[in-house]
Design a protein around this ligand. Structure first.
Ligand code: ADP
Ligand code: MG
Length: 409
């Protein structure tokens, strides 16, 4: 797999770079520019090679069927998806002018690209303004691909989607014999996540920690990790589906009844590898305004009118002991409702235990779990915190394969 570093001097060459500039924007103001900062090493590398850099990204969701069904809502999506503030921020970060192309097709785009000089940067408007983007439309892919003499994939957060800008363009350029490569961000993500799926002997014991909301969202991750890990610690809401499947009363805890058979079979098949909570922090209401009590109980003692919202102290200790023994750790999914202060302890305990195990290779992947790690100030304690929520999980599920990366390979 070529990386951006392997590309030769690119004087006179136009390089299309798919970046992930899907940043949170409110009222035209960028709330967190991490993703823009994360793309800088690749952009700078290309500039040092004298390339003419054409950046493409999506921003937010655009549902094209709303165009007829609810034109006002459609227009709002288009306004919210405007990449103009990103171009301005990128220009500040690069200390260099960035030509913003406020369209995804036509004369303005074609003119800007044709006039681009060596070492100049253009950012094209939101790829999802095009209906064909998410469909990997052949005509759209070919239209965009004509602008590039090379392609660099650096949008890890979009690499699990085979869209026109993530798959169609590189497939066409590769077919035409033009260089396609991954950028620094994707290279780092692939290296770290691949280590979690092709497990070396020195990385054992390998412990996975799974939590979050739904078993059904994570079945493929569980299956993949069951084959690779030595222990799987399960917390979060997900644990209650397993506990109910094993005959425990789970009160009003979120349980997926259609996954009970799966959970039971999975637990038996795992043959002792799966570790479930032994105690839990329960409440009579999820909503703090309606809440009258919070209690810590053994798993066997959850009352009918109560739901488990975090793992309890004995479970935190049990999980921390397993984490302390591990040589490699992959973590996805919070242990409790970490958005509420009363139910942060389980997720914090995992952060602390991982931080305390300085010998292990430690990776966190998943949107909410990575957000929790950052919120609690533990990002630097991990070997790697993935920038791609869905993409990092699919990477684990598919043994290191993602469409947007395989096409480069
Ligand atoms: P990730 O994005 O890391 O893959 P998920 O999206 O699967 O994680 O789950 C995150 C959500 O799970 C959080 O919003 C958290 O509040 C919720 N959650 C975790 N434990 C519980 C619980 N016991 N009851 C209800 N929600 C929970
Ligand atoms: Mg999530």
């Amino acid at each position: 797999m070529l990386t951006v570093k392997d590309l030769p001097n690119l004087s006179g060459k136009k390089v299309i770079v798919r970046v992930d500039f899907n940043v949170p924007i409110k009222d035209g103001v960028i709330r967190d520019d991490n993703r823009i900062v994360a793309a800088l090493p690749t952009i700078k590398e290309l500039l040092s090679k004298n390339a003419r850099v054409i950046l493409m990204s999506h921003l937010g969701k655009v549902k094209h069927k709303l165009k007829d069904e609810d034109p006002a809502k459609f227009e709002k999506q288009i306004r919210d998806g405007n990449l103009a503030p990103v171009a301005a921020r990128l220009s500040e970060l690069l200390n260099k002018s960035v030509k913003f192309v406020n369209v995804t097709r036509g004369a303005e785009l074609e003119g800007t690209v044709a006039a681009l000089a060596d070492g100049e940067v253009a950012l094209i408007q939101n790829t999802r303004y095009e209906k064909g983007e998410e469909k990997n439309d052949a005509e759209l892919s070919a239209y965009w691909a004509q602008f590039g003499d090379a392609f660099v994939m650096d949008a890890f957060g979009s690499a699990h989607r085979a869209h026109a800008s993530t798959y169609g363009i590189p497939a066409i350029l590769k077919e035409a014999g033009k260089p396609v490569a991954v950028g620094y961000l994707v290279e780092k993500e692939v290296a770290n996540l691949t280590r979690c799926v092709t497990v070396a002997a020195e990385d054992r014991p390998y412990v996975a920690i799974l939590g979050g909301l739904k078993v059904s969202d994570k079945i493929k991750v569980i299956e993949s990790l069951l084959n690779k890990c030595d222990k799987i610690l399960i917390g979060g809401a997900m644990a209650f589906t397993f506990l109910k499947a094993l005959g425990y009363k789970t009160g009003t805890s979120p349980v997926e009844d259609d996954q009970l058979d799966y959970a039971k079979n999975c637990f038996l098949k795992a043959n002792g590898k799966i570790v479930l909570p032994c105690d839990t922090v329960i409440s009579d209401a999820f909503d703090p305004a309606e809440r009258t009590t919070i209690q810590t109980v053994k798993i066997a003692d959850i009352g009918d009118a109560f739901e488990g919202l975090d793992v309890g102290p004995e479970t935190r200790k049990l999980f921390a002991d397993e984490i302390a023994k591990a040589k490699m750790i992959f973590w996805n999914g919070p242990m409790g409702v970490f958005e509420q202060e009363e139910f942060q302890k389980g997720t914090l305990a995992v952060c602390e235990a991982i931080a305390a195990n300085s010998k292990a290779f430690t990776v966190c992947g998943g949107g909410d779990s990575a957000a929790a790690v950052k919120q609690f100030g533990y990002k630097d304690k991990f070997s790697h915190v993935s920038t791609g929520g869905g993409a990092s999980l699919e990477m684990i599920e598919n043994d290191g394969h993602l469409p947007g990366i395989d096409v480069i390979r």
